[in-house]
Design a binder for this molecule. Sequence first.
Ligand SMILES: [Zn+2]
Length: 177
Amino acid sequence: MKCKGNGKAAATPCAACKILRRRCADKCLLAPYFPPNNPHKFATAHHVFGASNILKMLKELPNDRRADAVLSMVYEANARVRDPVYGCAGTVSQLQHQISHLQSQLAAAQAELLNLRTEQANFLSVLSLLYASAGKDAAEPVSPSTDCTDPHEDHDVEDLFSDEMDPLMLWNPSEHK
Ligand SMILES: [Zn+2]
């Protein structure tokens, strides 16, 4: 909402002019960015940067970049009010800390995934060996202790060769690069 400080009674000054207690001119530089319905926005930026610095920065910028500059100044001012010591730098540092924490969590999860994939590949190769030897001599029962090199595997071999579960169907070479 653009204010029209043309002296008429109905004209509402922009939030900046109202706070600065000055007449809001027709071509008020601050009016497009500080509407009267949001006085807090200018109050914070004014408190941190000062009205003259805000005006100076806006004058140095082309029209199409001024709205972004105002947003940035208001954001920085709010951060400075929230954290008077570090301001925006505090937020940046906090986010960088969060990024490094999440990166280390991601690295741990990727290492665990790699371990699990290696275990799965080992397990499936043992299964396919068992399956191949069972196919050669179907009449002869296969003992898990002869072919299975992993002492942790105590599955019943009869279960492994049931009709419902074909171990070779579980093995997908494209997944194991
Ligand atoms: Zn104004």
